[in-house]
Ligand binder design. Structure first.
Ligand code: ADP
Length: 268
């Protein structure tokens, strides 16, 4: 006979989370992890309690972006304990990444579907997030087992939806359309499209130059009848901040406040 679908309620670990946002992209390298980081830091700067869950099991880059490399996560009776980012009392920021569980840093994980699905289930069910205003979930690029698994897992938690990240060149490809179609197919609410690396802010005169043609992200959003959240220019200051090894000592949240506090995440 046909397999019966298991109906479950929301995971208890998610019960104190107000909003859940997935960050998706059609392909890698468009800045999905950077956008997740910027969104987290922006929301934290606004005083919110923010959690970040990195389920990009193929190349978790968030520990590096948050200056949390070489940190480990531990389990207590409530589940996995997320790693806190120092915020000097501005909001709250906690991170869980598969990167924390990898022995050999920088090694990506090659796991088959069922094992990945099991790991994601664990991450969703067994993290002791406590109270959060926002949980941001950084997913692998494309539409794979991970996405189907997470869309199913969160069905009952009423996720606020997904932000789809693309680049000006990306909108010309089929990947981002595929991503948007996937969201519609699995009934995942789309919060909107963000066009990243759209233009370049000159570090000397702060003028923004469009290197590639612009406006593609907005057109795509119109075509799919979803909101266009805005564009993020190529920002050398952001890269410098992320690449700067001492930034964790300086306080990432404060440094970010001084640099690019991205206005588009104030609308989510
Ligand atoms: P993805 O998660 O989609 O694979 P990343 O967030 O890792 O992509 O970004 C890829 C590279 O591009 C990183 O080195 C990152 O620092 C850089 N990058 C992404 N967005 C921007 C931006 N707005 N300005 C400058 N550099 C960026």
């Amino acid at each position: 006979g046909e397999e019966q679908e298991e109906i479950e309620g929301p995971a208890p670990s998610l019960s104190q989370i107000k909003h859940i946002i997935l960050i998706l992209s059609g392909k890698g390298g468009v800045g999905k992890s950077s956008v997740t980081t910027q969104a987290a830091l922006t929301l934290c700067n606004m005083g919110y309690k923010v959690g970040v869950l990195d389920i990009d099991l193929t190349g978790p880059s968030l520990p590096r972006m948050f200056g949390l490399e070489n940190r480990s996560i531990y389990q207590d009776v409530d589940g996995w304990l997320p790693v806190p980012v120092e915020t000097n009392g501005i909001g709250e920021l906690k991170v869980i990444s598969l990167g924390f569980l990898l022995g050999d840093r920088g090694n990506s994980v090659v796991w088959r579907g069922p094992k990945k699905t099991a790991m994601i289930k664990q991450f969703i069910k067994d993290v002791a997030w406590g109270q959060l205003d926002y949980l941001l979930i950084d997913t692998p690029p494309g539409t794979s087992d991970e996405h189907i698994s997470i869309a199913e897992q969160l069905r009952f938690s009423e996720p606020d939806g997904a932000i789809v990240v693309t680049t000006p060149q990306g909108v010309a490809t089929a990947d981002v359309r595929k991503e948007l179609n996937f969201c519609k197919k699995v009934a995942l609410h789309i919060l909107g499209v963000v066009e990243n690396m759209s233009g370049f802010i000159c570090p000397h005169c702060e003028e923004c130059t469009n290197i590639f043609s612009s406006g593609g992200g907005a057109k795509l959003a119109t075509e799919f009848d979803v909101p266009y959240l805005g564009n993020i220019p190529i920002d050398p200051k952001f890269v410098e901040m992320i690449e700067n090894q001492n930034v964790s000592e300086k306080n990432l949240v404060e440094s970010y406040g001084e640099s690019t506090l991205c206005p588009i995440f104030k609308n989510i």
